[in-house]
Design a binder for this molecule. Structure first.
Ligand code: MN
Length: 190
């Protein structure tokens, strides 16, 4: 089965639309799953600790045309959590924290530890593959070592352990195609 994994959309209509069109073009049969931060919260981390009951339009960028693109399931990101916190709107908590697909775990990276150089420490998971987003930087980690990301070339993962940052829709229109039969991961850019 093929999966199209995309994260860090941050309410960006145009780039999300381009990515979804690219997916439709190159992998029309792929199951699309979001990796969190679908929306952009307009209230900063500090302020979010103290303010509550904010109107949704004052806490997030929510456009109807953007919402119409969100026809796929997603896991939760820190943006959704913050929007829910400051508005009290539970719709933003409808997303799962973790999702498992064939041989792979999906998580938004805010659930990991990150050092000051944005190097993540990965949690213990029970699948060989981990797909995540959050830092807006496409990356592959094998045995804790970061490797160069190949674009448009299937990376054969077989049954080895890889942690894969699929990159960001909002900045680079990036996404990943994961083929669970061929056991390959292909980094894509729309
Ligand atoms: Mn994030």
């Amino acid at each position: 089965m093929q999966y199209a994994l995309l994260g860090d959309l941050h309410s960006h209509y145009k780039r999300t639309k381009s990515v979804l069109e690219h997916i439709k073009e190159v992998a029309p049969q792929a199951k699309i799953i979001g990796l969190g931060d679908l929306f952009e919260c307009t209230i900063g981390k500090k302020k979010a600790q103290v303010i509550r009951n904010v109107q949704i339009e004052d806490a997030a960028i929510i456009e109807k045309k953007f919402l119409s693109l969100l026809t796929f399931p997603s896991i939760i990101g820190n943006q959704e959590e913050r929007i829910a916190l400051v508005t009290g709107d539970a719709r933003f908590l409808q997303y799962e924290e973790v999702r498992n697909i064939e041989h792979a775990t999906l998580m938004h990276g805010h659930q990991f530890e990150w050092d000051e150089d944005f190097n993540p420490t990965f949690p213990t998971i029970h699948t060989p593959l981990l797909f995540f987003g959050h830092s807006h930087s496409a990356a592959i980690y094998v045995n804790g070592q970061r490797q160069t990301v190949p674009y448009n070339t299937p990376l054969v993962v077989d049954d080895k352990c890889y942690q894969i940052n699929v990159g960001a829709v909002v900045e680079n229109k990036e996404w990943c195609l994961y083929d669970s039969e061929a056991m390959t991961v292909t980094f894509m850019q729309a």
